[in-house]
Write a protein that binds this ligand. Structure first.
Ligand SMILES: Cc1cc2nc3c(=O)[nH]c(=O)nc-3n(C[C@H](O)[C@H](O)[C@H](O)COP(=O)(O)O)c2cc1C
Length: 176
């Protein structure tokens, strides 16, 4: 399937619509060695007149070290037959399994960043980290701490400048 370029306005609604359910696939690394994990939290918007994809990654994730090392990532919107894969990529860690191989995902070279995109996904964002910020525990409401951070492991927010968006020609029919 050939991919074509798209602009943010075209893909923002389907992307945000799938973020919490089933989730999106975050990739970081290189063409030779990359890791993929599921994300359910994120933001698409503008800051400093720059279009950004903001993601939240806990330091315990294997993916975290890839983003720290490459300074970039891709966000990949799954197609309709991929729910089980999305769930598995959010359950297993790349420390113990090569999720690309195990779940038959194909890494494809990105145009602008080191991290590959996933061929099987219908919408792909290439993002370069321009800002990162750890959540500050003292500034978070207590009930959120109780619900999400009883064990610490506070998310690091990565602001990814969106350098490129590509879609499958028939992405609308392929979305879940
Ligand atoms: C639907 C769903 C959404 C998730 N969203 C996030 C997220 O936004 N940030 C995060 O750090 N972990 C999130 N996770 C958990 C990671 O995907 C999971 O811990 C994964 O196994 C980490 O893989 P890794 O160790 O290979 O990086 C989510 C899991 C699921 C199932």
């Amino acid at each position: 399937m050939t991919k074509r370029k798209a602009n943010l306005e075209e893909v923002v609604i389907p992307t945000l619509g799938l973020l919490e359910n089933p989730g999106l696939l975050l990739v970081s690394g290189t063409q030779e060695k990359a890791n993929v994990m599921t994300i359910g939290w994120g933001f698409l918007g503008n800051i400093w007149s720059i279009p950004v994809f903001i993601i939240a990654v806990r330091p315990s994730r294997y993916t975290y070290r890839f983003i720290e090392s490459t300074g970039d990532f891709t966000v990949n919107v799954p197609a309709k037959n991929m729910d089980k894969i999305v769930s598995a990529c959010g359950t297993f860690s790349g420390r113990s399994v090569d999720k690309f191989k195990e779940f038959k995902l194909t890494p494809v070279k990105s145009e602008y960043v080191k991290s590959p995109i996933i061929k099987e996904c219908s919408i792909n964002f290439e993002c370069k980290v321009i800002y990162k910020q750890d959540l500050v525990p003292e500034r978070i409401e207590k009930n959120i701490i109780d619900n999400y951070y009883s064990g610490g492991n506070f998310h690091r927010l990565y602001f990814g400048k969106i350098l490129n968006i590509v879609v499958d020609e028939d992405y609308k029919e392929k979305l879940p």
